[in-house]
Ligand binder design. Sequence first.
Ligand code: SAH
Length: 229
Amino acid sequence: MTETTPRRSLMTSLPAVLPMLAGMALLVAAVARWRESGWGALVWLVVVALMYVIRVPHTLRNRTNQIIDSRNDPIEQVLLTGMFLAMMVLPLVQVATRWFSFADYTLPDWATAVGAGIQVPFLWLFWRSHADLGRNWSPGLEVREDHGLITNGVYARVRHPMYAAIWMSTLAQPLLVHNWIGGALIVPAFAAMWFLRTPREEAMMRSRFGAAYDEYAARTGRLLPRLGR
Ligand code: SAH
């Protein structure tokens, strides 16, 4: 009986370890082969690495702030999976393997440079919105035990600066990874997330913060600052 325990624990950890190993193998292959996809692919790889550098400390720290209301229903899970595939997995597979080369398109260098340029304000706003949300940030639709309504910093005039940042990166990705599957698919994936998730997130915030959220919503814009303020 005691002999089977280590074997079983290895078997149960395999589903978690295998995707991680596959991801690392793809990453190594992508770094080795980026030239075949053009220099935009290298920019894309660096930006994704920086996104992780920005996000991982917040993921680790916020684990200590308990989730008390989660609205991560099947719709939300489909949206999040779609984003993960279109933003991370498919571009990485394309740059690493060139399997989707039948769906390549060509763009002039200046268009790739525009994509690279957009990633600069993206990274700044992505960093600032995580910093300003602090312990309140969640990747999904969640309210935490110690949840405050943030109305300062990049949240002072816009309610969704993190999504504004992700819109920038969404528009930049097809300019960097010249492929309909690995590059352009992010556009419908994030459009679906924006249109379906944003009203649900606002309803969740309203049910948690009531009049304070109504007042905040009245003086801010969803994606861009309100004109005339
Ligand atoms: N939509 C925001 C935040 C994205 S992160 C943006 O684009 O910047 C998603 C989580 O952030 C939500 O689950 C919610 O719990 C939290 N959140 C959103 N707006 C918030 C705010 N103004 N103050 C505190 N938490 C907020």
